[in-house]
Design a binder for this molecule. Sequence first.
Ligand code: FPP
Length: 239
Amino acid sequence: MSSNERIPSHVAIIMDGNGRWARKRMLNRVKGHERGTETVRAIVRASREIGIPFLTLYAFSTENWARPRTEVMALMSLLKRFLTRERAEMMENDIRLNAIGDIDRLPDDVRAALDETLRTTAGNKGLRLTLSLSYGSRAEIVSAVREIARKAAGGELDPASISEETVADHLYTREMPDPDLLIRTSGEMRISNFLLWQIAYSEIFVTDTLWPDFNREEYLDILRAYGLRERRFGKVSET
Ligand code: FPP
């Protein structure tokens, strides 16, 4: 990308299609997730090189717990491996890891690997990589509402003062800008309970490519197309 193209501050990605990628090849679904992990590495690397400040990946939803136990266990093990193996590369590339979701539900060993990587990378100043783990947007909003209600009931907060900013400040994403760009792979036209509040004004790109086949070139194409789109935030065009 040339230096004068508009780069999004925050890219969020719904990584979909690992299962279909595997099925097309008569492989176990887990193979699709394994290949999907390679795509994660490539997209993280590209984001860092381009200088995107925030990248948020939908790695595991609250609904995903309902998948067959073997698949859930395989995903957890891939995640643990990723968190452990990528630690050195994150340090080399100044990447700071972040996690959003109901982290307490993760198995102890995954949680330990996550905590270690969060701690090790906490001082990094480059790309902020957020993994959504056991994440559900409605649950996130419910937990924000609960916390706001608790403060109001305790007299800490005047209900009349509650604003959009108050809500945003009680979400997991409180330290991040809203996504400018949301990408979904594998053609499904759904949001799947991902960042419902935060994507109010995001530009959405859906590609038919399955996540394991998604690559740097296609990512750059989408970023270029994003740079050409005009974002009006509900206002009229200035041109
Ligand atoms: C969707 O494919 C993908 C997931 C449910 C998990 C995403 C996980 C990874 C890419 C690998 C592990 C993540 C990290 C960060 C290392 P699907 O199984 O729903 O595909 P399908 O819709 O074709 O069945």
